[in-house]
Design a protein around this ligand. Structure first.
Ligand code: TYM
Length: 430
């Protein structure tokens, strides 16, 4: 149940029930969604898909509904992105209020991030960045991207500082390859960037969050290092515009919109509570569903299991092999049964990947109908998925190769930038 006075709602740390020996109860448990763990519920030993309606209720967010999509289209003059049309960005906080401001010609900026846990991002990480690129094009707004190499250093016991920094640079280049406008985009590594405005906000935020709130929200215990307990202050700081005085000035009066998958919401629930106390505008959020791991629904693609993920560095042969070998199929047990009863696209990982990345709405609907009716078999579906994902990854690799040192420096340059004038709304809403 959400506390109406704050955004905090229920603490997020709801680990799956454990047996006495510490292992997870196998037959049934509730779904778990935290910044570190995503697992669908288990009912009678069977893993089920993530229940996003339940998350909306539990986290106290708003559903993105048709009227909101229509308003977006009216205001921007652009058809909503396929991620919105297909319900993959499904929930928000205060997006309506942000659009009210935009309609009045008042500026906002975008804030997102990445925790560089490995040298390459995976295709699931592409989701918020593809969406940010679209939002930047549509709203012509500035974007700040935080690389939380400090977070990874603090949370991964074995990670060396030098490796955290190396991953940060490699991931930054992956991110630059999405085609953001370098004039309007700042990418920064926490370990390398902390100006006075930014650090002052980190400290102000830290003063508002007690150890017990951080522990309850993130599930820390007394053996966790103090850096973990404090880290939320660092991820919260870019939500306030005067953390970037060189871009937005010293007042801290410009709100931001944060696109991310819903696993990051706990950080921003606390941020929004703190914003009230510091008299800053609350950040608005827009939440994505999880791009599933190859092994199936009820999961998220995660960098920590190489066989669950397709990386932006994978070759076409690796992608083909991973999808053929590991992509969970919603098909029937035998060819005959598949022809007779059809497959289940809702749990079929290849279909879910197409739902994210196949641009053509008509083709997607056609595939869904044919797969459901048994006309299309799992093998054919996998072939289409392999083609789409391989093309996407190759495109990213090609664009990354074109990055020059000048462009890289431009994205990292924290110096003054062109003032960001908000794009005018296309049409006033009624
Ligand atoms: P990280 O590196 O875990 O994830 C980076 C972004 O990708 C999203 N994401 C996914 N989206 C869809 N499907 C998936 N399987 C999937 N896996 C990850 C995450 O929600 C995130 O948006 N602490 C953060 C870094 C961060 C950040 C932020 C993220 C700092 N500031 C502001 C979002 C917004 C992290 O480790 O993200």
């Amino acid at each position: 149940m959400t506390n109406p006075a704050t955004d905090s709602g229920a603490p997020i740390a709801q680990p799956a029930p454990k047996k006495e020996d510490g292992t997870v109860e196998e037959s049934s448990h509730e779904q778990v969604v935290t910044p570190w763990e995503v697992q669908g519920a288990q009912v009678d030993g069977k893993l089920v898909a993530i229940d996003y309606n339940k998350l909306i209720e539990q986290f106290g967010t708003r559903r993105i509904d048709e009227p909101l999509l229509e308003r977006l289209e009216r205001l921007t003059g652009r058809k909503p992105h396929p991620f919105l049309r297909r319900g993959l960005f499904f929930s928000h906080r205060d997006l309506t209020q942000l659009l009210d401001r935009y309609e009045k010609g008042k500026p906002f900026y975008l804030y997102t991030g990445r925790g560089p846990s490995s040298g390459s991002m995976h295709v699931g990480h592409m989701v918020p960045f593809i969406f940010c690129k679209w939002l930047q094009d549509v709203f012509q707004c500035p974007l700040v991207i935080q690389l939380t190499d400090d977070e990874k250093f603090l949370f991964k016991q074995e990670l060396k500082m030098a490796d955290a920094l190396k991953y940060s640079l490699e991931n930054a280049k992956d991110i630059m390859a999405f085609g953001f406008d370098p004039e309007k985009t700042l990418i920064f590594s926490n370990l390398n960037y902390m100006n006075a405005g930014f650090y002052q906000n980190v400290v102000k935020i830290a003063k508002c969050i007690t150890t017990s709130v951080s522990k309850a929200t993130f599930g820390f215990n007394d053996s966790d290092n103090v850096g973990k307990v404090h880290f939320v202050s660092v991820q919260a700081a870019p939500s306030f515009s005067n953390s970037f005085p060189q871009i937005f000035g010293p007042k801290g009066d410009i709100p931001c919109l944060i696109p991310c998958a819903i696993d990051q919401d706990p950080y921003f629930r606390l941020t929004r509570d703190v914003a009230n106390r510091l008299k800053y505008p609350k950040p608005a959020l827009i939440h994505a569903m999880f791009f599933p791991a190859l092994q199936g629904p009820g999961s998220k693609m995660s960098a920590s299991n190489p066989n669950s993920a397709i990386y932006l560095t994978d070759t076409p042969a690796q992608i083909k092999n991973k999808i053929n070998k590991y992509a969970f199929s919603g098909g029937a047990a035998t060819l005959e049964e598949q022809r007779k009863f059809g497959g289940n696209p809702d749990v079929d990982v290849s279909f879910q990947y197409l739902r994210f990345f196949l641009e053509d709405d008509e083709e997607l609907a056609d595939i869904e109908a044919k797969y459901k009716s048994g006309e299309m078999l799992t093998g054919e579906l996998k072939q289409r998925c392999i083609a789409v994902v391989s093309a996407l990854v190759k495109d990213m690799q090609d664009r990354r190769k074109t990055l020059t040192q000048e462009i890289v420096d431009k994205f990292f340059n924290a110096g003054p930038r062109t003032p960001f004038a908000p794009a005018a709304p296309v049409q006033a809403s009624t």
